[in-house]
Design a protein around this ligand. Structure first.
Ligand SMILES: Nc1ncnc2c1ncn2[C@@H]1O[C@H](COP(=O)(O)OP(=O)(O)OP(=O)(O)O)[C@@H](O)[C@H]1O
Ligand SMILES: [Mg+2]
Length: 397
């Protein structure tokens, strides 16, 4: 698998995070959203992290989806603790080996690295301050799938603690803590920033740019190197296919690999085969959502429909919502009934609905919004069961 490096984008973000960009607010926290499988985690780890390190920062990376059974708050605290131990190196190891719980940093801070984030342990702010002081460098904390923090109270508390750490450690022009949060769903990330009570109220969510023409040019160059007989490769066709694959490199590269496979007995050019694979993928994704929708009970369908239609404005039990459900199902719907339907949408595997610790709801897979919008636009919403052929009526003859 090739990796296409995105150095320029990484460098731009590093500048913005340090508050050195003239405009923008990234020094207060950088919130990046991009759809699933478009390369967020790869970019954060393979491009942004090295760029930050190159610039002298100590980087903590944590993926809140790494283990969904663990509390997001614990995962964040542990990741900071791990980096802190690495930084403290021999001092910490010796202290731990001799049973000493506390490690003194720079002669000022005492910290028990096993208790960071716990109620009786060092607060996240202290831990981050300790990390900053022991590394003598700014700290960059990258939280991948950050929206997941909002699904537990401890996770939410960790976010509030990070906000407070940021405010304590940073001064204009003197940034000691950089926060980078990413997620696959803008709607969910918005809950971190959009209300007065949200931990990062005032910050903006940015769309992480998708891989674009330079990625395609890179792939084209590789193909032309390996298959000189295929020159010139039709890069416009590959760019169109990549867009149809939803800018997801994994599916795109798999299709390219398949089309170039010496065993694939290709009589014509390979580009149309890649385009065809992209269209099939799109059709498959839509068929999958359709069959999931059709497999739901009528009330579940109505609730999901309402959620898709209302987005952030969704209120599951207000009078208008109940009227909507009743209208779609042809039966009166009480709040407990609607609640059951919502719960079962959430408990399914894969889950169709996401819920925060404050009972805010969103569709689990943001790709559903696009599917809903397209179908509404084409007048094909809601999906319907395929028509069965009429039963044979012998009386007709
Ligand atoms: N710059 C790149 N060059 C080549 N391939 C890439 C690049 N970025 C991502 N990919 C490939 O795309 C796939 C998805 O990448 P990644 O896991 O980073 O995406 P993601 O947006 O974090 O996905 P998820 O929503 O599942 O967390 C991986 O197979 C990865 O190898
Ligand atoms: Mg990821």
């Amino acid at each position: 698998m090739i990796h296409f490096p995105r150095r320029a984008l990484a460098q731009d973000l590093v500048t913005a995070l340090q508050g050195k960009g003239l405009l923008g607010d990234a020094h207060n926290g950088l919130f990046l959203a991009a759809p699933r499988r478009t390369g967020k985690s790869t970019f954060l780890q393979a491009d942004l992290q090295p760029a930050l390190e190159q610039d002298g920062a100590v980087v903590v990376y944590v993926d809140l989806w790494a283990d969904q059974r663990r509390d997001p708050g614990d995962l964040i605290a542990e990741a900071i603790g791990r980096t802190l131990i690495q930084q403290l190196g021999p001092v910490a190891k010796a202290a731990r080996a001799s049973g000493l719980e506390n490690v003194t940093i720079a002669g000022v801070l005492k910290i028990d690295t096993s208790k960071i984030g716990k109620m009786d342990g060092a607060t996240l702010t202290e831990a981050l301050r300790a990390l900053h002081q022991s590394a003598k460098a700014p700290v960059a904390l990258i939280i991948d799938e950050a929206q997941h923090a909002l699904t537990s109270e401890a996770g939410e508390a960790a976010m509030t603690a990070l906000k407070s750490a940021r405010d304590q450690l940073n001064r204009p022009g003197d940034i000691h803590l950089m926060l980078i949060m990413s997620g696959s769903d803008r709607d969910k990330l918005l809950r971190l920033v959009n209300t007065n009570g949200a931990p990062f109220y005032g910050s903006q969510i940015q769309r992480m740019p998708e891989l674009g023409p330079d990625f395609i040019a890179h792939v084209v160059q590789l193909i032309e190197q390996q298959h000189p007989d295929l020159q010139p490769v039709d890069s416009a066709a590959l760019a169109t296919a990549f867009a149809s694959f939803g800018h997801r490199p994994q599916f795109f590269m798999a299709a390219v690999g398949q089309a170039l496979n010496p065993l694939a007995d290709l009589q014509t050019r390979f580009e149309p085969a890649v385009l065809e694979a992209a269209h099939q993928r799109q059709a498959q994704d839509e068929a999958q959502m359709e069959s999931e929708y059709l497999g739901l009970k009528p009330l579940e369908q109505a609730v999901l429909w309402r959620l898709l239609e209302q987005g952030q404005r969704f209120r599951p039990y207000d009078a208008e919502a109940l009227r909507f459900y009743a209208d779609k199902t042809g039966q009166p719907v009480t709040p407990p009934k609607a609640q059951n339907a919502l719960e079962s949408l959430r408990q399914r595997t894969p889950a169709l609905v996401w819920k925060s610790a404050r009972s805010e709801y969103a569709v689990d897979d943001a790709a559903m919004h696009r599917w809903f919008a397209l179908r509404t636009q084409h007048g094909t919403w809601p999906p319907e069961e395929p028509q069965h052929p009429l039963p044979f009526d012998p009386g007709q003859f």
